[in-house]
Design a protein around this ligand. Structure first.
Ligand code: B12
Ligand code: SF4
Length: 505
């Protein structure tokens, strides 16, 4: 059959380890898939996988804790004669391990390699094999195919958007440098296009970038554009972004409602030794600046570094109580397999387990810390998490939020009260079950059943949805003709029959 006429089917599968925010991993690959392929995206926690339908190529994405499930799925597909490709963070760190389970492994950002694999499939599937590692040119990428993600099955507050790749820093515990060699930014029009194409029911978006502010000139230009038609968003940036009140004001005008940063530790030695380039004594001021602008400050905290002692939990609690930081998450350092940290702990005989399923962070301790016992570390994280998410503290935070007249200031008083209440009290029960080992265990067993709430799926014999099956209110909004990008966007607008085609900007 001539190449142009050949049609193949590709299934992209992700195995998340918890019901959380969506990622853009597979939507980005779907966008890079040549038009000769029918492509679908399956999130195994949100949709039943139809294993036995005909398919030519399967791409699987999984992080460390779910990698064994990914290997098992790969085995089952390969038994059926399907070509299987694995990608993502874990396989980037350990390509040789992964290659024993798949026909091909993609390291780092996947678009260019995936496209090459698809093209090889079109010529002769026997060409596909080995480790691929090609960095895509960001000027050349199509918009992520979020329309294939069944977005209705995620929350309305986390519409995923991407503006940049990688980070300018290289903290010792972080994966950013391993996935992307340098920090790069998408053209601003590419970002605006993603936002304009959001479904109408979406209430807020989340920038999945590691560090949206690594190049402040770019960030300023982006925020200036966003401010012309602000839409609420959350983002991850390094803490120094928030040291400058002008940056915060710019972000607020652009629509920012949440600034998440890896504060990591109040222990200055831990910050210094992990290459975090941060000064803990500035943290209080930073949180105050963010929150007084009506933005939620969200902090990610890590424990278990070699210089951390048990007193650190008490000190961190004191900081969080006094600063009234509105959102925080706490975890042990995860020495992901394949990283220098993992190799060091193994060399020093300090790894407690190599069972990947326990590399989930939070209170799951997998290495022996230097200045406390593993039990002290796990107990400390549980204590701090429960203290921070206690009814008393969340009520204190809710009151502070209510008094902050810049927070959710566009809402009516009743809607404002509802949001502030939901934001705080949902956390109380969420963290109580997460930090109670028996309930967390049960949750882990029950979460996969979540996909069965879509009863209609039980009768489906395929994961490939026809465009007409995508709910009308989940299709991307039409773009205004006054948009500077209207010409290209017109080709994607619903009603022209082409809204589901990947577009190139
Ligand atoms: C959004 C996000 C979250 C969300 C949602 C996570 C989820 N649903 O799985 C939230 C906030 C909940 C979250 C939480 C956590 N996260 Co997180 N998160 C991200 C983040 C910021 C964006 C992901 C994304 O959409 N990226 C954009 C897409 C385009 O890039 P990508 O995912 O890397 O996909 C590309 C390649 O990996 C590759 N690829 C991926 N899969 C496949 C498959 C195939 C077949 C192919 C060919 C290629 C391929 O191609 C893709 C396109 O280029 C990443 C950082 C980042 N910028 O990637 C961290 C990141 C994934 N998170 C990380 C971590 C550690 C966590 C936590 C464990 C933190 C903690 N200690 O609590 C938790 C775990 C929660 C969980 N249950 O999964 C690490 C993962 C490290 C690792 N080895 O796995 C990352 C990389 C951050 C980092 N820099 O270290 N996270
Ligand atoms: S600043 Fe954040 S994203 Fe950048 S390397 Fe450090 S932890 Fe990773």
């Amino acid at each position: 059959m001539p190449l142009a006429m050949k049609r193949l089917r590709a299934k992209l599968i992700t195995i998340p380890w918890e019901l959380e925010v969506p990622t853009l991993s597979l939507a980005s690959l779907a966008a890079a898939t040549p038009p000769q392929f029918d492509v679908c995206i399956v999130d195994l926690l949100r949709e039943r996988l139809v294993l036995d339908e005909p398919v030519d190529l399967v791409g699987i994405s999984a992080s460390t804790p779910r990698i064994n499930a990914a290997y098992e799925l790969a085995r089952r597909y390969r038994e059926r004669g399907v070509t299987v490709v694995l990608g993502g963070h874990h396989v980037t760190a350990l390509p040789d391990e992964a290659l024993a389970h798949a026909d091909a492994v993609v390291c780092g950002e996947g678009e260019a390699s995936w496209r090459r694999i698809c093209e090889q499939m079109l010529v002769d599937r026997r060409q596909v094999g080995g480790v691929y590692h090609e960095e895509p040119d960001l000027d050349d990428l199509s918009l992520p195919r979020t329309d294939l993600m069944k977005l209705r099955r995620y929350q309305a507050y986390y519409y995923p958007v991407i503006a940049t790749r990688g980070c300018s820093e290289s903290c010792s515990f972080c994966f950013a440098k391993r996935m992307t060699r340098g920090y790069r930014a998408h053209p601003i029009r590419y970002v605006l296009e993603q936002i304009r194409r959001r479904p109408q029911w979406v209430k807020a978006m989340y920038f999945v970038d590691d560090n949206l502010a690594a190049d402040m000139d770019y960030t300023r230009a982006l925020f200036t554009e966003l401010a012309k038609d602000p839409f609420p968003f959350g983002m991850q940036v390094r803490h120094e972004f928030s040291q400058n009140p002008d940056n915060i004001e710019l972000a607020r005008r652009a629509g920012c409602i949440l600034i998440s940063s890896g504060y990591e530790s109040l222990n200055q030695r831990s910050l210094d030794r992990t290459g975090k380039r941060a000064t803990a004594s500035y943290y209080r001021e930073i949180v105050e600046r963010i929150q007084s602008a009506g933005i939620i400050a969200s902090g990610n905290w890590m424990f278990g570094f070699d210089w951390d002692e048990p007193e650190l939990f008490e000190a961190t609690w004191g900081f969080l109580r006094d600063s009234k930081m509105m959102h925080s998450s706490f975890t042990v350092e995860i020495p992901f397999p394949g990283t220098p940290g993992f190799r060091r702990y193994r060399r020093e005989g300090r790894l407690l387990t190599e069972n990947y399923e326990r590399y989930t962070g939070r209170d799951s301790v997998v290495h022996r810390p230097a200045r406390m016992t593993p039990e002290q570390l796990a107990r400390g994280i549980r204590w701090l998490t429960l203290k921070y998410h206690s009814l008393a503290h969340r009520t204190r935070l809710a009151r502070a939020a209510w008094r902050n007249d810049k927070l959710f200031c566009d809402f009516t008083p009743s809607k404002r009260a509802l949001y502030i209440g939901a934001l705080n009290y949902f956390q109380v029960w969420q963290w109580r079950y997460r930090m109670t080992p028996s309930i967390a265990w049960l949750y882990g067993r029950l979460a996969p059943l979540y996909k069965y709430r879509h009863v209609g799926d039980l009768l489906r014999r395929t994961n490939f949805w026809a465009p007409s099956e995508i709910p009308a209110d989940s299709r991307p909004v039409a773009l205004s003709t006054s948009s500077p990008f209207a010409e290209r966007a017109g080709a994607m607008a619903p009603g022209r029959g082409k809204c589901l085609q990947p577009s190139r900007l």
